[in-house]
Design a binder for this molecule. Sequence first.
Ligand code: NDP
Length: 332
Amino acid sequence: MTTSREIRLKSRPVGVPTADNFELASVELPDPGPGEVQVRNTWMTVDPYMRGRMNDAPSYVPPFQLGEALQGGAVGEVTRSNDPSLKEGDLVSSFFGWREGFTAPAQAVQKLDAHGLPAEAFLGFAGMPGLTAYVGLLRIAELKDGDVVFVSGAAGAVGSVVCQIAKLKGHTVIGSAGGADKVAFLKEIGVDHAIDYKAEPDLTAALMRAAPGGIDVYFENVGGAHMEAALMAAKPFGRFALCGMISQYNNTDLGEGVRGLVMAVGKSLKLQGFIVSNHQDMQVQFLKDLSGWVASGKFKGRETVREGIENAPAAFLGLFKGENLGKMLVKL
Ligand code: NDP
């Protein structure tokens, strides 16, 4: 390939991002120099954390730059190689998403051992979102026998893996997601009580009905009213894995306070945030366990696919409107 189309950040969103914050551009791809490869991306991911990178504010990952291609996970195929470690046709993963192709040092991409899974799974349940679920549930929330687990954002990329791991380990799982189709999906993956939070006037009451004896673990993906409900429903010594709070990502200020936080004192709750990149040591065990679960036929990967680089911004915006069941991906 000689040219590639890419998505650039045109302006920084204030509040909810819109299509106007992005622009599609075309670039000439240089020939690979010594030690370089050229890659044609076949899939790219859009993830909620990318919203934070659109702000010009310090965080655990640096902000995207205006007028430059966005970055993110991608998988693709080597089309030209000038490095002995990779050959034409090799499958690779990289952080050069949001573009159709690129030329880069061979060391900047990773050869993908697909373990018999489709390449795009490594952007979803077998990739960063899957590892996030594994780390959050097993290490941060310290899942123990008999725990009742509550998961918000349960039908999404991370949430749907959390629900399935907890079910595979024999737990009672309560999942919350928005809409009847998501509730049906949660039942399909074995969730014991699926809550459609958009249809519930009182989320705390709905959670109390689903878990009359209380919850031991809360896997937080959403924030706001979900956190409040979990605080109210938690049993003494409950553990909260604070993975994300997507309901807060488009706030232009700190938003409203968390009601009911005082419950954490009396109930001796443990609330711990985490970032998956600090837990890469669990990657090998994660893939080993996941391969077993997939092979047993008891684990289901689910994706929502948009096609074409030009539709990547809409795919990203769709995350904030709940348009995805499972992992939102863009096929290139
Ligand atoms: P999802 O696949 O879950 O997609 C986002 C979902 O969030 C939507 O489908 C929607 O589902 C829900 N949502 C969007 N806006 C709101 C809102 N205002 N209130 C309630 N729900 C909302 O995304 P991921 O699985 O990739 O990520 C889930 C969470 O995990 C995010 O908070 C993300 O930032 C976090 N994360 C954290 C990581 C870490 O290292 N700590 C790593 C990866 C992800 P619905 O229709 O049900 O509302």
